[in-house]
Design a protein around this ligand. Sequence first.
Ligand code: BMA
Length: 313
Amino acid sequence: MNNRHPELFWRHKRNPILSVADWPYPANSVFNPGATLLADGTTLLLCRVEDRRGHSHLCAARSANGVDNWRIDPQPTLLPDPEHFPEERWGIEDPRITYLPELGKYAIVYTAYTSSGPGVALALTEDFDRFERYGMIMPPEDKNAALFPHRISGYWVLVHRPVGAPGAHMWLSYSPDLRHWGSHKLMLEARRGAWWNANKIGLSPPPIETPQGWLVIYHGVRQTAAGSIYRLGLALFDLQAPERCLKRGDEWIFGPEQPYEQRGDVDNVVFPCGYTVAPDGDTIHLYYGAADTSIALATGSIRAILEWLEQHG
Ligand code: BMA
C-alpha cells in the first residue's frame, strides 16, 4: 500500500527558478513574489528584493513561459517612498496582485514596514511602471493582505491579518472606494494547541474564484523548539459572503521539503504571494518564496484541489 500523502502541487524541476544571482543589481535575497498574467500572456512576478540593510523593495520580472528567460527590470520597480509615505520607512514587502476589471488596473497590496510595525498599503497600476499610491489602508500590526477581483454586494473586499491577543487570524474588511474600510469580519481563525496552524495564520496568494466558492490558500506557522515552520493549507468560502467558510482542510498540503526551502536566511519557509492560471482554466502555477532566499514554482490543478477539499474539508 502507498503510504504517501497525495500531492496537490508539483515542484518545478528547475527550482529555484529565480535567485539573487539572476539580479541585474546587488541585493541580499529575492523572494515572496506577487504574480499576474499580463494581457499578452506574459507572466509578471513582482518580487520582494531585500538589500543589505535588511530593507525591501519590489522589482518586476517578466517571462513568456513563466519559468525561464526572465527579463528583470534593471532598477527597482517600486521603492519605498518614506518622504511622502513615512509608513514605508523600513521597506515594502510581500506584494499580492489582483487585476480589477472594473478599473482596468492592477491592485498591489503590500506590507509597509515602519517603526510602529508592519501595516497594509495599496497601490494601483496599469503597466507596472507608473504607480498610484493609496498609502496605508490598515494600520500596524497587519499584513498578508489582498483584494478580491471585483466588488461583492457593491463593496470592495480586502483579506488581511491583524495581530491580536491571543492569536493572529484572517479578517475581511469592506470599502466603497478602496480608501475607507469598515464592516470588519472574522474570516478564518488560527487553531490552537498542537495544530500545524496554531496561533498564527495568514492569507498566501489572493483568493481564487471558482464556481464552488473562493478557494483560499493560506499559511500556518508552527512554533517549534528549532524555530518556525511555514506550511500551506486550504479553505473554501461563500462567493456572496466570503466571511462564511464552507470547507477547511485539516491537514497542511504543502510544506518545506527541499533543501532550498529548508535552508536559507529563514529556514523552513514556503511563502506564496501569487499564482497564475493557465488558459485551460485549471492549471495553477504557484510562485513562492523559499526560505526567504529565492523564488520557486509549484504547479497543481484547481479541480484536484477542490476535490481534495470536498473529501478532507
Ligand atoms: C512572515 C513574513 C514573510 C516571511 C516569513 C518568514 O511573517 O514577514 O515575509 O517570508 O515571515 O520569515
